[in-house]
Design a protein around this ligand. Structure first.
Ligand code: FAD
Length: 380
């Protein structure tokens, strides 16, 4: 049996890392603050890079079966006109896999060895010494581990221990998400994102007659008015947008809506602190504009496992992981931030200039961007 590695956080990144490490023979424990496996969240889009990483972890097929696959994402104007098409033509696997977050989480959880996850364990502090790390939980218990992965999301307790002054950035917009069940067949199963002066709306088909939508609107941080918005307010805001946006919003049940302001983590320069490594949103939380947050967390798990596979020294493998991941994840965070600023323009004149420029962009521009995002090596 190899060394003991503890993971804080049983989200998409922590679960993927757990699977990857167990495949290498490590003793893995995951401590999760939620009381059980149920997760908040609507749907999620996984790019080809995420699917390729999941294939490597041995779960790609199950996720494809539970999800809905498409190769194209249409960017539209608010009256439904095509602005551009995101379709990476050279991909050997599906470009976009859309799945309910709860299903993705369930498949990952079930792939772990039984008893790996301990629920109801919120980490509140840690202390690193020469032989290992002491972990302290909210319930008053503590434990020790040889190595630690901080996969505890954007508000990471592990990261704050090492980088206490690092702040999150408010992106300038808020997001509502919902899932519509029993969608009639006349609503097209297309993956679209609509950019308009009153905000942005994404439509994402899922399996079993479900459709997931997200809507983003510019606002002040913690805007008290928007916090009170019900589905009626969202419908009113987007009522002039093209079909099927108003119809889908009207079919959404109020209690199915999730609302969050959007933040990211201004890129950091270090993911490894001795025996401790950061992974997923804890290391590089990004705005959702490129649909890459979970994808990068899953990629982290893949690369951590590739670095550990051929190394007898775990801390050196952690350093190699940091080297492999820093540049790529920082670029995703920065590109996604800029894309968000462009997509969220709400001044009519600027929107119309932006729309004209997007239409003029050569296809090779999008192909190169998607190639850089979707093509990953599963060998070092
Ligand atoms: C609106 C929105 C839409 C998005 N859409 C997409 C998309 O389409 N595609 C995509 O790839 N990404 C998307 N993302 C990003 C994606 O959700 C995240 O990047 C991804 O969930 C990160 O996984 P993670 O495991 O690092 O963190 P999380 O999923 O946040 O998991 C962290 C886990 O740690 C637990 N935890 C936290 N603190 C503690 C503690 N102190 N002790 C113990 N446990 C703790 C939490 O309960 C949680 O289970 C979106 C994000 C947002 C906000």
């Amino acid at each position: 049996m190899k060394d003991q590695i503890t993971i804080i956080g049983g989200g998409i990144g922590g679960l993927s890392a757990g699977i990857a490490l167990q495949r290498l023979g490590f003793q893995v424990k995951i401590y999760e603050k939620r009381l059980d496996h149920s997760t908040e969240g609507a749907g999620i889009v996984l790019g080809a890079n995420a699917l390729k990483s999941l294939n490597y972890l041995g779960v790609g097929e199950k996720i494809q079966q539970a999800g809905y696959g498409l190769n194209e994402c249409h960017i539209l104007s608010e009256n439904g006109k095509n602005l551009t098409l995101l379709h990476y033509k050279d991909s050997t696997i599906q470009n976009y896999t859309m799945i309910l977050r709860s299903q993705l989480s369930r498949i990952l959880t079930e792939t772990l060895q039984p008893g790996t996850i301990v629920y109801g364990k919120k980490l509140v502090d840690l202390s690193q010494h020469r032989e290992g790390i002491d972990l302290f939980f909210e319930d008053g218990n503590h434990t020790q581990t040889e190595y630690l992965i901080g996969a505890d999301g954007i508000f990471s307790t592990v990261r704050r221990k090492f980088l206490p002054y690092k702040q999150l950035r408010f992106a300038g917009y808020t997001c509502w998400r919902g899932v519509v069940e029993n969608c009639p067949d006349h609503i097209p199963r297309r993956f679209t994102e609509t950019w308009g002066t009153k905000g942005r709306v994404g439509i994402v088909p899922l399996k079993d007659q479900k459709i997931f939508w997200y809507a983003l609107k510019n606002c002040q941080q913690d805007d008290p008015e928007l916090k009170k918005w019900t589905i009626k307010d969202i419908i009113y805001n987007f009522m002039d947008y093209h079909d099927p946006i108003p119809q889908l919003l009207e079919r959404t049940k109020e209690h199915h809506i999730i609302h969050h302001d959007i933040y990211d983590l201004d890129p950091i320069f270090q993911y490894v602190f001795g025996r401790v490594v950061l992974l997923g949103d804890a290391a590089h939380a990004t705005t959702p504009n490129m649909g890459q947050g979970a994808g990068q967390a899953i990629e982290d798990a893949l690369y951590l496992s590739l670095c550990l596979k051929d190394s007898n020294h775990i801390e050196s493998a952690f350093m190699e992981y940091e080297k492999q991941r820093l540049h790529r994840t920082r670029k995703v965070v920065q590109d996604s931030w800029v894309l968000g600023k462009v997509a969220q323009l709400d001044i009519p004149l600027l929107c119309s200039i932006r729309n004209s420029m997007i239409k003029l962009a050569p296809n090779s521009f999008h192909q190169n961007r998607l190639k850089n995002l979707f093509e990953i090596d599963t060998e070092l």
